[in-house]
Design a protein around this ligand. Structure first.
Ligand SMILES: [Fe+2]
Length: 264
């Protein structure tokens, strides 16, 4: 009997075609686990309902938030940090693992859901944050994050706090790890983006050594909607995005969901 740890991200179930696809997602074995690396949906109730349904099928579901889970309108009750904490609270109630819980171990590998955001450090050398943001605006390459997250929390400060928190928790681990984050932990995957200006919202240089410092056998991410494997410092980084339906036709054909680990 083989047990598999499957990995997905960027489910964007607000799109009916994606919702139907996730409804059909089933484990190959009742003991299979599932990683969901963010961007399930924008509404809290939809995120929780989707993950609760997956949890009824998979033995364990490990979630970390994407930028879309953090999107809020001024009229929403939960915004910024409170929104994240509310999601953690509700997902724990339905038995989903979050970045605030003890890290689960699959076949001797510690699975580490991270939540490290971005701090505009993925920008051209010699450019200030203000200049880089201006260039992105001029290139019409701004992410909605500037309208739907940034008004409610200082993202670079939150990012620095999350990096420090993650470092501390990673330092307490021994043995091999599989790191999971919505945003790539290294800049290389973003270099394939058509609009380079968008990399500002795609991670932080502060996580560059996470894989090499903490015995990572691999890193799982989403956000870019460019499913591929890139090796950096000898460690494979997998973009496991499902992405929007209109993008899927032009994505390279590959196995989805990704079987990240297997126990024979
Ligand atoms: Fe996404």
């Amino acid at each position: 009997m083989t047990r598999t740890l499957w990995s997905v991200s960027d489910l964007h179930v607000t799109w009916p075609a994606n919702r139907e696809r996730i409804e059909r997602l089933r484990p190959a074995d009742p003991g299979d686990w599932l990683i969901v690396a963010g961007d399930v949906a924008e509404r809290i109730d939809v995120v929780v309902d989707t993950l609760a349904r997956l949890r009824r099928r998979f033995a364990r579901v490990i979630w970390t938030p994407g930028n879309h889970e953090l999107f809020a309108r001024s009229t929403d009750r939960f915004k910024g940090r409170e929104r994240y904490l509310r999601l953690v609270e509700l997902l724990r109630e339905v038995g989903v693992d979050t970045p605030e819980d003890d890290f689960p171990v699959f076949g001797g590998v510690t699975v580490v859901p991270l939540f490290t955001l971005y701090d505009y450090s993925f920008r051209p050398p010699g450019t200030s944050v203000a200049e880089a943001l201006l260039r992105a605006r001029e290139a019409r390459a701004m992410l909605d994050d500037e309208l739907l997250i940034a008004p409610y929390v200082d993202i670079p400060t939150w990012c620095a706090e999350r990096v420090a928190y993650s470092r501390e928790r990673l330092a307490a681990l021994g043995g091999p790890t599989l790191l999971v984050n919505h945003w790539p932990l290294v800049v290389e995957p973003t270099l394939r983006m058509a609009k380079q200006e968008m990399a500002l919202w795609c991670g932080t240089t502060a996580t560059r050594n996470f894989t090499t410092d903490h015995h990572a056998i691999g890193a799982i991410h989403g956000h870019l909607h460019m499913p591929e494997e890139i090796r950096v410092d000898g460690v494979p980084h997998f973009d496991v995005s499902l992405g929007y339906p209109f993008e899927q036709e032009r994505m390279p054909r590959r196995a989805w969901p990704l079987p990240a680990l297997q126990i024979l």
